[in-house]
Write a protein of this length. Structure first.
Lengths: 306, 248
């Protein structure tokens, strides 16, 4: 077994593999003498450790990521089906808007299902009575509350796609672009439903639902954070919940932390005295991601699944 | 865009520039819908291009991740400058609520611009794109919306064009990014741009927040390459920009 060959081969299918190690040199230096290298390189334990480190946090496959997205789209599509069936939506512009949004969620279900099949994966599925669907008992009675729930679902969707886009870097079939193209449509939906509710189009402290868990980060410490999700008879993986790095609340005003480089505090980072930007504007200028474990937690979308 | 219209070599690239620039503009025409606003933009862009020197490839945005960051920085500079000018304009024809909205969006875009400037200077010292000189001669800041015989874009027309273009630009640039953290940042910004786009579209025509001129039958938003985006954005910038190495 030749470690160098393995890395070279891996680099052919994953051009960034060397970047995933500390660096090529660091890997080899850490092995010490040539003899030790040779001995270690033939050790399955060493290889396992090396690659586990290189791919830590990215052990999910594109199929896993797509099934996660499909779960949320099925939930949204079934929610809108029930929303429309409840017949509380005023005719005219509101009705047109909700039906347009539902048509997009249905189209996302179709597109993601096809994308998973194209990778020879098994897509999660749901109907009105089986598999992944919205818990009918949680549909509010009034139009106002139904629309409020639609806002929470859309804003959750926007955060959820952001939380996994990086796992699709280098994925086949341009799947990252597809995910981004869905993500921005969810953001358009969210903005419009917010407008229909006389809220600003972006999450902000003056929202009537500003304190909802949709806009916070992290999950309660008691939450189950399994890396395996079984829904509608299909199982897929999600990254382990990074409890020490919970997602930021939407009110976050510090952006751009990368590795050891600290985030830039938007209200003070640009050297203006007095500060040029308010905390409200700083928070609104960036939406925040959510980790899958946070989205699927019972405090968020997890509770809405039948 | 069909492949046979693309230049096949560096030499042909310069030779074909006047030919293939209008093609890019045509793709914008399709993208923006057959609106009078788009027509004005295309015409203005073409007349400007006829005086430019074909061999000048312009200011390079750079390559690799810093190229993508500079690309985003260029677009955010334009957006921030546009909204700042809206904010500074009186007699815009905007309602009080719209004026308040534009004031907030002006802050968001200025934050994006300043954020990219700080992040690029932090992560790639010496490689930041220069300050650009916007050219908004095709926007009438005293018109809320273009109408009838107007040849210039109104404020809402221009805002819609900038926001939809921004969404398509970030969506298309994602796959060019190599560092996961930058991709997340781009994602954090693009959804805000999409919120802006959806809102301003509603101010122009109800229920166009994600209409079929922007979102396709698969429910997918636009995604555009840096070259296509810069070809459009170029008509709003005095300096000539070269996006050919972004992400490479």
């Amino acid at each position: 077994m030749n470690l160098f060959n393995i890395i070279e081969h891996l680099a052919e299918v994953d051009s960034d593999v060397l970047g995933r190690f500390d660096s090529r040199r660091a890997v080899f230096n850490s092995l010490g003498s040539v003899a030790k290298r040779a001995a270690l390189a033939t050790s399955p334990l060493f290889l396992g450790a090396l690659f586990q480190k290189a791919y830590a946090g990215t052990t999910s496959t594109p199929i896993d990521v797509l099934n996660y997205a499909l779960t949320l789209e099925l939930l949204e599509a079934d929610f809108y089906r029930q929303f429309i069936a409840a017949r509380q939506i005023p005719s005219g512009a509101d009705d047109t808007a909700i039906r347009l949004i539902k048509s997009h969620e249905d189209a996302h279900v179709t597109a993601l299902t096809a994308a998973i099949r194209a990778l020879s994966g098994t897509p999660v599925a749901g109907t009105a009575t089986t598999g992944i669907r919205f818990n009918a008992s949680l549909l509010p009675a009034s139009y106002a509350d139904q629309l409020k729930l639609a806002q929470l679902l859309e804003d959750t969707g926007v955060r959820a796609y952001k939380g996994r886009a990086a796992e699709l870097l280098g994925a086949p079939n341009d799947l990252l672009t597809v995910a981004l193209q869905i993500h921005s449509v969810e953001a358009r939906h969210a903005a419009h439903i917010r407008s229909m509710r006389n809220q600003l189009p972006w999450p902000n402290a003056a929202d009537d639902v500003a304190t909802d868990t949709t806009y916070t980060g992290g999950v309660p410490n008691t939450s189950t954070t399994s890396t395996v999700v079984t829904l509608g008879g299909t199982t897929y993986g999600i990254p382990a919940y990074e409890r020490t790095k919970p997602s930021m609340a939407e009110s976050n005003i510090n952006q751009g932390a990368i590795g050891t480089k600290a985030a830039l505090p938007i209200t003070t980072a640009f050297g203006d005295t007095p500060p040029k930007y308010s905390a409200d504007d700083a928070a609104a200028a960036f939406d925040e991601a959510l980790q899958p474990a946070e989205v699927l937690d019972a405090s968020r979308a997890g509770r809405l699944l039948a | 865009m069909s492949d046979n219209l693309q230049p096949r070599s560096a030499d042909e690239a310069s030779f074909a520039q006047p030919l293939y620039t209008p093609i890019k503009r045509r793709s914008f025409f399709m993208y923006a819908g057959a609106t009078a606003g788009a027509t004005a933009l295309v015409l203005a862009g073409c007349s400007k291009d006829s005086d430019s020197t074909p061999v000048n490839n312009g200011i390079s945005l750079g390559s690799g991740d810093v190229g993508v960051l500079n690309y985003a920085y260029a677009l955010e500079q334009l957006e921030a400058a546009f909204y700042a000018q809206v904010k500074a304009s009186t007699n815009t024809g905007l309602s009080a609520a719209e004026t308040a909205y534009f004031s907030e969006v002006a802050a968001h875009e200025a934050i994006h611009r300043d954020f990219f400037k700080a992040a690029i200077n932090r992560d790639a010292p010496g490689k930041i794109l220069q300050n650009l000189t916007p050219n908004f001669s095709n926007i009438d800041f005293t018109k809320r919306l273009k109408s009838g015989t107007d040849t210039k874009l109104g404020i809402l027309d221009a805002a819609k064009a900038f926001e939809d273009l921004g969404v398509a630009a970030y969506n298309g640039a994602g796959k060019l990014i190599k560092t996961a953290a930058y991709l997340v940042i781009a994602g954090q910004i693009v959804s805000v741009e999409a919120r802006h786009a959806a809102y301003v579209r509603e101010l122009i025509t109800p229920n166009t927040f994600s209409s079929s001129d922007q979102v396709d039958a698969s429910g997918l938003d636009k995604a555009m390459s840096p070259m296509d985006v810069i070809a459009i954005a170029q008509s709003f910038v005095t300096e000539k920009l070269d996006a050919s190495t972004v992400g490479k």
